[in-house]
Design a protein around this ligand. Sequence first.
Ligand code: ADP
Ligand code: 5GP
Length: 189
Amino acid sequence: MAKKGHLFIISAPSGAGKSTILKAILREDLSLQYSISYTTRPLRGNERDGVDYYFISDAAFRKKIDSGELAEWAEVHGHLYGTPAKFLVDSLNRGYDILFDIDVEGAKRLYPKYPEAILVFIAPPSMEELKRRLAERGMDSAEAIEQRLNSAKAEMAEAERYHHVIVNDDLLKAVSELKAIIGKARLHE
Ligand code: ADP
Ligand code: 5GP
């Protein structure tokens, strides 16, 4: 039988540095596929449609839910986010390893369907540093930052469900920890 790919589900409170870490890994590891999610949130900064997310309307998102196109979905910080089911199934069947950037609720829904998946939680070194990073990123209003910090407390409580927790203090160290997790999973196959 053909080899199936590995799934890596990565969650983190907003601002912990997940996108920065995933971009670094994806630049280096060309055999990793990134699952691009659908979202109803507006495009931010220099994000690109079809690269960072597929940015769609609320009505289009609801249609995708109804037609079963999403492997999981959740409402996060007031917007809808969902994982395309077809890309997941096709990539896995082709033997590709896939990275999913999804929130803790989405991870809870996707994991039971793919119990062989590896769950990785990226934590900030402290709540103070998380607040500093959200402010430094300069992409969210003061209100949105407050909302993200409030959600972060509940999200941090979910870290114990994950197989690995990476504290993103030093960026290079965090990237190499994730690389090691991915490398180890591949060795065991
Ligand atoms: P997320 O994707 O988790 O919401 P980002 O990757 O956008 O977070 O990172 C939030 C901010 O923190 C960005 O400005 C990023 O440059 C910065 N950042 C990421 N990792 C670190 C780190 N280890 N040390 C200091 N700043 C960091
Ligand atoms: P952001 O708006 O900062 O890009 O992402 C906000 C949150 O939505 C992050 O926790 C991110 O992991 C999550 N997210 C992104 N895509 C998906 C998805 O397809 N499904 C779920 N459940 N969460 C997602």
